[in-house]
Design a binder for this molecule. Structure first.
Ligand code: AVI
Length: 324
């Protein structure tokens, strides 16, 4: 009942090996410097992210889970029996709420989790199989892009889930490309379920990315360790500091690694040396905050017709179901 596939890109390298890391080189050689957030998620980074989801200050995960708990039966009724594809499945905790709702419908249950972190994908898939005896899991260890091109088909209809507001980590251009790929991977009649963090006051947003226990700081700094092992680098995380703040104008949290002293970093695997000045920053993540109505209009333009949306009583987080 379990199939795990590591997807291979056309150049013959595993999608998760991120072959020549052109994105790292481009990001570290421009001003200001940036790094793609996908480099947060080695196995340690994925564990740290799981810890973030349980932090008292980090409201998105539990708020989304509460909305799902309340409305998953309605979602399952709207979509009918279908295979469930989940992009960025992580530990699949929220998936259980959905699976419970579909499970009741007495039909075969097919779940296709997609994640770049093979360790967490496999362990969570094994746990799901124990708890859902009629479940078939076909996991793809892959980037979203590659997985969307090669989705397996088991049932006549599918729902692609993109939960946790991961969409917020894409900039508007990346978002446009992402939705072209999503629509391409869908047949007319298929569903797309999106979880999105909504615009709200700084007083709630900023603590969520600056937790008292320092887990978010460790998560941000872990990216440097990840680059060290992946590209034979010598980043010293002690020369950097975690910074996160809400940019009201752009309606996004920005996470930075702020450099504390001037020094050079060598990434031997990329044959790259990067000079850092004290006081400069690497932008490691944006986390955009959305408005449900604007999102509905945007998705409509992308051929995804809104079916229904749900939110929590504070209006902090939204779920949106659309249909191609
Ligand atoms: C995965 N993503 C939606 C998280 C977010 O809130 O943007 C990543 C994260 N970064 C810091 N804390 C959580």
């Amino acid at each position: 009942r379990l199939r795990l596939e590591r997807l291979i890109d056309p150049s013959g390298t595993s999608a998760t090996e991120i072959a020549n890391a052109a994105d790292v080189v481009a990001g570290l050689t421009k001003t200001p410097k940036t790094l793609p957030p996908k480099y947060f998620y080695d196995d340690r980074g994925s564990q740290l992210f799981e810890q973030i989801c349980d932090l008292p200050e980090y409201y998105p995960t539990r708020t989304e889970a509460a909305i799902l708990r309340q409305y998953a039966p309605e979602i399952a009724k709207l979509t009918g029996n279908c295979e469930i594809v989940e992009l960025g499945s992580g530990s699949s905790t929220k998936t259980r709420i959905l699976l419970d709702a579909y499970h009741d419908s007495d039909s075969p249950l097919h779940y296709v989790p997609v994640d770049v972190s093979g360790g967490i994908l496999e362990s969570s898939a094994r746990e799901l199989l124990v708890d859902y005896p009629s479940l078939q899991v076909h996991g793809l260890v892959s980037t979203y892009e590659l997985a969307l091109e090669q989705l397996p088909t088991y049932l006549p209809s599918r729902t692609i889930c993109f939960l946790g507001s991961s969409l917020g980590n894409l900039n508007p251009e990346e978002c446009d490309i992402f939705f072209s790929q999503i629509v391409e991977a869908m047949q007319p009649g298929d569903y797309f379920l999106l979880g999105m963090d909504l615009h709200k006051s700084k007083a709630i947003l900023e603590p969520a990315y600056n937790d008292a226990q320092g887990v978010t700081a460790a998560f941000n700094l872990n990216m440097l360790q990840h680059l060290n092992w992946r590209f034979d680098g010598n980043f010293n995380p002690e020369f950097f500091e975690h910074r996160a703040f809400y940019n009201e104008e752009k309606r996004r949290i920005e996470m930075h690694l702020h450099c504390l002293r001037s020094h050079a970093v060598r990434l031997r695997g990329l044959d790259l040396t990067v000079d850092f000045e004290a006081g400069e920053s690497i932008l490691t993540e944006i986390s955009r905050k959305f408005d449900i109505e604007q999102m509905q209009n945007y998705l409509q333009q992308k051929q995804l017709a809104p079916v229904q949306s749900w939110t929590d009583e504070n209006g902090w987080f939204g779920l949106l179901l659309c249909q191609r």
